[in-house]
Design a protein around this ligand. Structure first.
Ligand SMILES: Cc1ncc(COP(=O)(O)O)c(C=O)c1O
Length: 404
């Protein structure tokens, strides 16, 4: 194959690929642990992790080996048949969570779509077909399919795609009373991210999720936790809701579940899961053996090793370093997050900060315009955090005038 320059690759991308993404002019070609390299050989420290996908870092040896071994056996099995990696991953997820059953799909949106369908079907089966509405949160993000877009409580994502699907109402995050006030005879479920990711790295009050559980129990509603971004160790526990001493009826996972291989999963209690009988829901690639083999390696590595502890310790260290930086740089209004999903709210736009950090060899990301988000692999070290803080300090000093 003829070798293309970075410029040629970007030109071809613009010619042949839909322009749905605003991309940096960087073509990534290789990764190892916390680092990635571009097509010109430049090295970057990766504090994006494919947006919370590469929790174990790039090319983790156990994941690479699992994919390699499985690729020598079977790349795909129709769900007309059983397949061992799928069964092993389901067992691992069930034995390490509140859930009794798992449905596999291919992405976060698809997992949430399944959760929405399951909630509606659950009440149909109970003889209450008028209960189909789901309460979700302002600033939430649940995906880009029509139903998950309709569930997403951010208008900017809705524009141009109206009419949205009906059956969703949005209330402020971290406000249990607002949920209680929004319940009608048609409500079937409450859907919430335990920590909002795309919506600006928002952590709730410590008793928020417990209050939602109690409201759902009182009104006989299902509680759905979307852990697509904050699950799989990102906050220092396998699932973020485990910090809050509460369990949902349904939980969705994707992103980091299979170490970079595409996957989605909906976990549920037996009572809910029984509403999906044969023929009610399906996915051709759901539970694909390559992805599931990578998923088994991911979950085993997370629960057997010290990565979750590293995430907790490095998360606390990183948070404290960001707090110190905020005292020095007044353009940082607030430090937010838990474990290794952290953010700083700036008094100015975050995009120039992200761009300048990339130039200096550090990849970070920005959400909601002025929230700079940090999602490093959970194997990040103190030295690497210090390197990010030093660069961020220099960059913020550089653009202070724009910030003030
Ligand atoms: C909380 C949450 N739910 C759902 C999604 C959608 O996941 P996917 O892009 O895999 O469809 C995302 C993606 O960012 C997310 O952060």
């Amino acid at each position: 194959m003829e070798k293309l320059s970075t410029k040629e690759l970007i030109e071809k991308s613009e010619q042949y690929i839909f322009s749905t993404y605003t991309r940096f002019p960087i073509v990534l070609t290789r990764g190892e642990g916390t680092k990635v390299w571009d097509s010109d050989g430049k090295e970057y420290l990766d504090f994006v992790s494919g947006i919370a996908v590469l929790n174990l870092g790039h090319r983790h040896p156990r994941i690479t080996e699992a994919i390699h071994q499985q690729s020598k056996l079977l790349a795909h099995v129709s769900n007309l048949f059983y397949s061992e990696p799928q069964i092993r991953l389901a067992e691992l997820l069930v034995t390490n969570s509140f859930a009794d059953k798992v449905f596999f799909c291919n992405s976060g949106a698809e997992a949430n779509e399944a959760a929405i369908k399951l909630s509606r079907k659950f009440f149909k089966d109970k003889g209450e077909p008028r209960r189909y509405e789901i309460i979700t949160m302002e600033n939430s993000f649940h995906g880009r399919t029509m139903a998950t877009l309709s569930a997403t409580g951010q208008e900017k994502f809705h524009h141009g795609f109206e009419p949205l699907f009906n059956g969703f109402s949005y209330v402020p995050f971290d406000n249990p009373q607002a949920v209680e006030d929004a319940i009608t005879d048609a409500t079937c479920a409450v859907m919430v991210e335990p920590i909002q990711g795309e919506g600006g790295v928002n952590c709730p009050s410590p008793d928020y999720l417990k209050k939602l559980r109690s409201i759902c129990d009182t009104h006989r509603l299902l509680l759905i936790f979307d852990e697509v971004q904050v699950g799989m160790g990102r906050t220092g526990k396998l699932f973020a809701h485990q910090h809050y001493g509460v369990a949902p009826d349904i939980m969705t996972l994707a992103k980091a579940l299979a170490g970079g291989m595409p996957i989605g999963a909906m976990l549920a209690t037996d009572e809910c899961a029984s509403s999906f009988s044969p023929g009610t829901h399906a996915s051709t690639f759901g539970g694909n053996p390559l992805s599931c083999a990578a998923g088994v390696a991911t979950v085993e590595t997370l629960i057997e090793g010290t990565i979750l502890e590293n995430c907790q310790h490095m998360g606390e260290y990183f948070y404290s370093q960001l707090l110190s930086l905020s005292e020095k740089r007044p353009c940082i209004k607030k430090v937010k997050g838990k474990g290794l999903i952290l953010g700083i709210e700036l008094t100015c736009e975050g995009a120039p900060v992200v761009k300048e950090c990339a130039k200096r060899g550090i990849l970070i990301n920005c959400t909601l315009g002025n929230i700079v988000r940090f999602l490093p692999p959970l194997i990040i070290t103190k030295k690497e955090i210090e390197s990010l803080i030093k660069t961020l300090d220099e960059v913020l000093e550089h653009i202070t005038t724009a910030c003030s």
